[in-house]
Design a protein around this ligand. Structure first.
Ligand SMILES: *[C@@H]1O[C@H](CO)[C@@H](O)[C@H](O)[C@H]1NC(C)=O
Ligand SMILES: *[C@@H]1O[C@H](CO)[C@@H](O)[C@H](O)[C@H]1NC(C)=O
Ligand SMILES: *[C@@H]1O[C@H](CO)[C@@H](O)[C@H](O)[C@H]1NC(C)=O
Ligand SMILES: *[C@@H]1O[C@H](CO)[C@@H](O)[C@H](O)[C@H]1NC(C)=O
Ligand SMILES: *[C@@H]1O[C@H](CO)[C@@H](O)[C@H](O)[C@H]1NC(C)=O
Ligand SMILES: *[C@@H]1O[C@H](CO)[C@@H](O)[C@H](O)[C@H]1NC(C)=O
Ligand SMILES: *[C@@H]1O[C@H](CO)[C@@H](O)[C@H](O)[C@H]1NC(C)=O
Ligand SMILES: *[C@@H]1O[C@H](CO)[C@@H](O)[C@H](O)[C@H]1NC(C)=O
Ligand SMILES: *[C@@H]1O[C@H](CO)[C@@H](O)[C@H](O)[C@H]1NC(C)=O
Ligand SMILES: *[C@@H]1O[C@H](CO)[C@@H](O)[C@H](O)[C@H]1NC(C)=O
Ligand SMILES: *[C@@H]1O[C@H](CO)[C@@H](O)[C@H](O)[C@H]1NC(C)=O
Ligand SMILES: *[C@@H]1O[C@H](CO)[C@@H](O)[C@H](O)[C@H]1NC(C)=O
Length: 738
């Protein structure tokens, strides 16, 4: 479309652009107040059609803008024009949906234009003096290629926005009714809402830019726009987080990565703050325990260390949020407007954060991370005393406790819950770790059918429990748990029992003939249009099921999966026969093409239901389900690092038995290289959370959110940047194994 010059913007005081990128809003009752940043703003544009992602951070605030516009091949029921703004502070945001005024879906396209003064699509907003906290946010130029109606706007919490976009699209009247639409004398349309705290305000305004003469018009909770370009200002006045710059997130020797991988390092910085790392942009822009710890474990070689560092931010964030009564580590936090909203639902009035303790896996990552830093790293050893004597200050419930006290309650929980299985003749299914009674999820595959309705998850029992026990053993040995000197011995013996006696519960052996039939049947039943590859099955197929005690009384959830990566990464097991078989099977799954194995040209799939012989699994594990036949970036990183660690054991020191058997060692090495070939071919996708494919003469990588969702569920949009998918900054190909 024709796009008139926007150089007039230089003249408008509202957009007196600073060289740093920070802009001052003209306050209603006074002069603009500009506070420049010493460092230039950091910006990033990531395209993931039909989603365009823009990131902006300066010394005042950080924010993300996602512009969605239907592409010619978009499913118009799912993809419509949408402008979304997300802020880490308070996990806050704004979403606004647009419709073509002519009513024909697909005819309205929206996009961001650059400010001609800075050749950037976004500028920062910073305005002091109107409230105790300054208003901060983002300004941009929105282009509408036809006349449009802003039909729905949700202002406040990202959690509330997700409930709308991922849930049944129900608007909360308490929030929507409090959202006011107005237009002022100069033609600026304003949508604003005061949060449930009665203090914070979120504002979204639109003003016609140079190429439109008509002003936006306000309707009944709607705004009408003529085709053209509009300046939008999205801002709020909530206390901001202190961001870690790219330099501050990385340790000094890793800082070359900033010029080598500007996109990933800028993304890592966007997700990193002094007191926590955030899980993903935009949907998970806050604390998540599992995500931050897995990320730190994989990123440790490049993360900054010491007081105020990235690795301490992760450990501190986890300890602060532990349930002091039973030691459970928090999965997710609810903060900002949504926390107040939930308390109102409970007939209370509180703005205090709330924590979700439903996961059973998260506590096990903590001792491992503490051991890797406070024991194995020189800086960590020196920091240990000062760190553990720090008093908790974030969760009001943990007031009066030091980090050492919080670490201890979690270690006690792990010791107590793992003891029955480790006891004499205690190695029975009933003593394995189960999901909590009232929960359908409990580990990373946390969607309703993620582990096929199973109650006893594979990853937790065969890898995470013993890994945590080994770490507690090591931490006890240096006196971290002075009230439990016995743990140095007991944790070690518990670990041995868990390492050696858990795999068998999950083992599935499928004779070759049956395996071929199952794969062929799966191909016809699932409608997979690629080759069955079943000719490649020449021996029994052995794998470990996703979980025990599945739906419909299935004793094992017979779904081949990539969770072997946990054992490879977290444990150096010593039962040689078991280890040899395990490594050889894992290598086979990585090498064999789906649906025989897990390999595709777009990545290793996290699940393959072909051997389940069960229509329920075929229906539940699909290429459009969140934990179905899809690819998760961090699983690839953990698999790569895990295979590398196991191969690394053949360095002449410990040399487990498989090192001397070329049929296994070479097989594992081949799997490692096959995986890296795939990773190198899919570089551009690796930073995102999860992705999928369509098969059309070959695999074509597709965003998960662009596929129609499974029946009964809403589309799951993937995050363009996920903390744990950035781990490829630290996980790189080991050329010694090529
Ligand atoms: C048109 O778009 C809206 C909003 O995106 C959607 O709810 C509706 O189902 C779409 N209509 C058709 C016919 O696809
Ligand atoms: C506006 O954008 C939509 C979506 O990209 C496109 O289908 C439509 O043809 C465009 N309209 C005009 C007038 O360019
Ligand atoms: C905005 O400017 C950048 C350079 O800063 C350029 O790469 C990009 O294509 C421009 N975008 C548009 C929509 O013109
Ligand atoms: C919201 O506004 C509608 C329409 O004015 C009204 O019917 C409804 O009761 C209001 N809801 C709340 C929770 O105030
Ligand atoms: C906000 O104000 C309302 C109405 O005065 C009051 O009922 C509510 O308790 C206040 N909320 C908070 C968090 O103080
Ligand atoms: C405004 O829109 C709401 C929801 O679409 C509707 O319930 C209400 O009746 C409308 N109010 C007016 C005055 O048209
Ligand atoms: C913390 O754990 C105790 C004991 O399991 C439980 O009763 C309590 O509800 C938990 N706290 C929260 C905030 O969930
Ligand atoms: C809150 O109060 C309402 C009205 O008194 C009541 O119906 C509702 O059950 C209460 N909710 C909770 C969670 O206590
Ligand atoms: C390991 O797997 C390879 C390839 O499937 C097979 O040829 C070899 O016999 C296996 N080795 C052992 C010891 O099972
Ligand atoms: C997934 O499995 C459950 C039973 O475990 C079934 O009720 C549900 O319909 C399945 N989902 C799909 C999309 O088939
Ligand atoms: C296992 O051994 C490898 C190779 O020596 C090493 O890199 C890795 O850290 C070890 N893992 C554990 C959990 O000790
Ligand atoms: C578009 O999405 C809707 C809703 O998920 C789905 O019912 C429909 O089958 C999809 N259409 C196509 C062509 O995939």
């Amino acid at each position: 479309m024709l796009f008139k010059s926007l150089s007039w913007l230089y003249l408008w005081p509202v957009f007196a652009s600073q060289s740093t990128g920070t802009t001052a809003l003209q306050s209603r009752d006074g002069e603009p107040s500009v506070l420049n940043c010493a460092d230039p703003a950091s910006t990033l544009h990531l395209s993931d059609p039909p989603y365009e992602n823009f990131f902006y951070s300066d010394c005042h605030s950080a924010g993300q803008v996602v512009v969605t516009s239907p592409a010619p091949d978009s499913n118009l029921t799912i993809i419509g024009p949408r402008l979304l703004v997300a802020w880490p502070a308070g996990n806050s945001g704004i979403v606004s949906f647009f419709e073509p005024e002519n009513g024909l879906n697909g005819t309205l396209g929206i996009s961001l234009a650059n400010f001609s003064s800075v050749q950037q699509p976004l500028q920062g907003i910073y305005e002091e003096g109107r409230s105790p906290n300054p208003y901060v946010g983002i300004s941009g130029l929105l282009q509408l290629n036809g006349s449009a109606l802003l039909s729905v706007a949700i202002l406040g919490s990202i959690r509330n926005i997700r409930d709308f976009t991922e849930g049944p699209s129900i608007l909360e009247p308490l929030i929507q009714n409090a959202t006011a639409f107005s237009v002022d004398d100069s033609g600026v349309a304003l949508i604003q809402r005061t949060w449930f705290d009665n203090e914070t305000e979120t504002r979204l305004s639109f003003a016609a830019a140079g190429d439109v003469d008509s002003r936006p018009e306000i309707g009944n909770q709607t705004v009408r726009f003529a085709a053209g370009t509009y300046v939008f200002n999205a801002s709020f006045n909530y206390p901001q987080l202190e961001q870690l710059s790219s330099q501050e997130v990385l340790n000094p020797v890793a800082r070359d990565l900033i010029s080598q991988n500007p996109d990933e390092t800028a993304s890592l910085s966007f997700l990193s703050y002094k007191d926590k790392l955030l899980a993903g942009a935009w949907r998970f822009l806050t604390y998540f325990g599992r995500d931050s710890m897995i990320s730190a474990l994989l990123l440790q070689p490049i993360l900054s260390e010491g007081e105020g560092s990235a690795i301490e931010a992760v450990i501190e964030a986890v300890l602060e949020r532990i349930n002091r009564t039973d030691g459970t580590v928090a999965h997710e936090e609810t903060i900002g407007d949504h926390a107040t909203y939930l308390s109102i639902q409970n007939n209370e009035t509180s703005t205090a954060p709330q924590y979700d303790y439903k996961m059973v896996d998260t506590e096990y990552f903590l001792p491992v991370l503490m051991k890797n830093y406070f024991l194995d790293a020189e800086t960590g050893r020196q920091r240990s005393e000062a760190f553990f004597s720090t008093q908790a200050s974030i969760n009001p419930d943990n007031e009066g406790l030091a980090y050492a006290d919080l670490a201890l309650v979690t270690a006690e929980r792990i010791m107590n819950t793992s003891a029955p299985f480790a006891s004499d003749r205690g190695q029975v299914k009933g003593n394995l770790i189960r999901l909590k009674e009232d929960q359908v999820v409990g580990e990373w595959r946390d969607s309703t059918y993620g582990i096929g309705g199973g109650r006893i998850p594979y990853d937790v029992n065969v890898a995470l429990v013993p890994a945590a026990l080994r770490a507690i053993q090591a931490l006890s040995a240096v006196g971290l748990f002075p009230t439990h000197p016995e743990w140095e011995k007991t944790a070690g013996s518990f670990a041995q029992t868990w390492e050696d006696n858990t795999l068998q519960f999950f083992k599935v052996t499928v004779p070759a003939d049956e395996a071929r039939d199952l794969v062929d049947a799966y191909v016809s039943e699932s409608g997979f249009s690629g080759p069955s590859e079943s000719d490649g099955i020449v021996s029994d197929v052995v794998y470990h099921g996703l979980a025990l005690d599945g739906n419909y009384n299935r004793s094992i959830v017979k779904v081949m999966n990539s969770d072997d990566c946990f054992r490879l990464f977290f444990l150096n097991t010593t039962d040689q026969t078991q280890l040899s078989h395990f490594l050889n099977q894992t290598a086979a799954h990585v090498l064999q093409p789906f649906p025989v194995g897990l390999s595709t040209s777009v990545g290793i799939l996290v699940a393959n239901p072909a051997y389940g012989g069960d229509p329920v699994y075929t229906a539940n594990f699909t290429n459009n389900s969140y934990h179905g036949t899809v690819v998760w970036g961090w699983q690839l990183a953990m698999l790569a690092k895990g295979l590398e660690r196991q191969l690394g054991r053949c360095d002449g020191e410990s040399n487990p038995g498989f090192c001397a058997d070329p049929s296994i060692y070479d097989h594992v090495r081949e799997a490692y290289n096959h995986l890296w070939d795939i990773l190198e071919a899919n570089r551009a996708a690796l930073g995102s959370e999860v992705w999928s494919w369509v098969y059309d003469g070959g695999y074509k990588l597709t965003p998960l959110g662009a596929l129609p969702p499974p029946p009964g569920s809403n589309p799951t949009e993937s995050n363009i940047r996920q903390l744990w998918s950035l781990t490829f900054l630290a996980v790189t190909r080991n050329e010694a194994f090529r």
